[in-house]
Design a protein around this ligand. Structure first.
Ligand SMILES: Cc1cc2nc3c(=O)[nH]c(=O)nc-3n(C[C@H](O)[C@H](O)[C@H](O)COP(=O)(O)OP(=O)(O)OC[C@H]3O[C@@H](n4cnc5c(N)ncnc54)[C@H](O)[C@@H]3O)c2cc1C
Length: 396
């Protein structure tokens, strides 16, 4: 008889995990707290499948740089200290991870997972015909405003064979939408991809339902994991219990709330924002763009421009901060004034489920039938397919 696996969380990581498990022949239940799938952090993220730009935030010098940012009004980073030991523990572990050798080691792990993920998505698209989620291999341009940052990037090229270093003129030739932008140069990586994460999740959900191997339980917040000795036997839902054979926790930034004794889940929310503006007759960039100094990403998703940025360490408040969005709108309008109708932009805030090191937690636990796939931080869309397949292999 096929294995039955219950997945908590219907975001991109939970759905990709469910999809990989169904492909491996399992019967799957996806239990999601909200009434709709992928309506938390996987809803309107930056849309970047940024396989070769996975270096974690925690790096040598970042705490000092962060102190400088905190003094600026339009800073990419905002920190509000709270009476929350989880926040302090997370910050302390983050500072400990800000060392060059640790960053290199974690970046290498993330790169391996990212390339697995790119291959997994290619298989799902080609073998299963998964499409209609604004996927394109359009390449990514990381553009620099200062010669110093540009020179540093040239020295650090990850893949000098396929990555192209472009001067200011070549940047404008590659991407005419940047004709007026003040970039001094850039690095272009042609194999990078872009897609709409929410639409991708909906396509996965359709396939899961059509497989006959998956049940989706929507509007069912799990309040507690019920255990017997070293095993989880059931989930406590609002009005019933759901028995489980094998369980995978993919509850994003809420995962720590479902912890069990002996299970340390160092995941904390890093809030970010996006704008989704109609392109219509505008001149939007075809390549994905990262404005390196301002830490803003731009992606064209069919007839919309998605702009994403900011890291707010402010606890679990997921509200949209009008001031932060105003600042993003102004910066986007300065850099790409002709690219989209920013006045019509839809605003959104989401909570990146971040570990201090930036490396997600994928694998077994001290509980015999409990597995984890969480903590993908700023790269959950990029890493979801590879993480799902990796976990399905481990469980197999
Ligand atoms: C502004 C911004 C831009 C980003 N840009 C990019 C990008 O360009 N590329 C990229 O790769 N990544 C990007 N990310 C990161 C990416 O969006 C996340 O890493 C990813 O969405 C996390 O997916 P998840 O499934 O782990 O979490 P979620 O999408 O949050 O899913 C978790 C699900 O679990 C459910 N849940 C939680 N608790 C319970 C419970 N108790 N019972 C039942 N269900 C529960 C939630 O309702 C939710 O639906 C960005 C994030 C932000 C905020």
């Amino acid at each position: 008889m096929s294995q039955r696996v219950t997945v908590i969380g219907g975001g991109v990581v939970g759905l990709a995990t469910a999809y990989a498990l169904v492909r491996a022949g399992c019967l799957v239940d996806v239990v999601e707290a909200r009434d709709s799938l992928a309506s938390a952090t996987s809803f309107a993220n930056g849309g970047q499948l940024s396989y070769r730009y996975v270096a974690p935030l925690a790096d040598a010098g970042v705490p000092w740089q962060a102190l400088g940012w905190l003094l600026r009004g339009d800073s990419p980073l905002r920190l509000r200290l709270r009476m929350d030991p989880a926040q302090w523990r997370w910050l302390a572990a983050f500072v400990m991870a800000c060392r060059t050798p640790v960053n290199r080691r974690n970046a290498a792990q993330l790169l391996g997972l990212a390339l697995e993920s790119q291959a997994a998505l290619a298989r799902w698209r080609e073998q299963d015909g998964l499409d209609d989620f604004a996927w394109r291999r359009n390449g990514k341009l990381v553009a620099f405003r200062t010669q110093r940052a540009f020179a540093h990037a040239r020295e650090q090229l990850l893949d000098p064979v396929s990555q192209r270093v472009l001067d200011a003129e070549q940047v404008r030739l590659l991407e005419p939408a940047l004709a007026e932008a003040p970039f001094v140069g850039g690095v272009f990586t042609p194999d990078e991809e872009v897609a709409d994460c929410h639409r991708f999740c909906l396509r996965l959900a359709e396939r899961l339902q059509a497989s006959g191997q998956c049940r989706l339980w929507l509007g069912q917040p799990v309040t507690r994991l019920i255990r017997r000795k070293d095993e989880v036997v059931a989930l406590a839902l609002a009005d019933r219990q759901l028995d489980v054979q094998r369980l995978v926790l993919c509850a994003g930034h809420r995962s720590a709330g479902l912890g069990l004794p002996g299970l340390d889940l160092p995941v904390y929310p890093l809030k970010g924002y996006s704008l989704t503006a109609p392109i219509a007759a505008h001149r939007a960039p075809e390549v994905s763009l990262t404005d390196y100094e301002r830490k803003i990403v731009y992606a064209r998703l069919d007839q919309q421009l998605r702009v994403a940025a900011m890291v707010d360490i402010v606890g679990y408040d997921d509200s949209v901060d009008a001031g932060r969005l105003r600042s993003m709108r102004r910066l986007a309008g300065e850099t790409l004034p002709e690219a989209a109708d920013y006045d019509q932009a839809v605003e959104w805030a989401g909570m990146r489920p971040a570990t201090p090191t930036g490396v997600p937690i994928i694998g077994a636990t001290p509980y015999r039938n409990l597995w984890l796939n969480l903590g993908h931080g700023a790269l959950g869309f990029t890493l979801a397919c590879g993480s799902g397949e990796r976990l399905a292999r481990m469980m197999g």
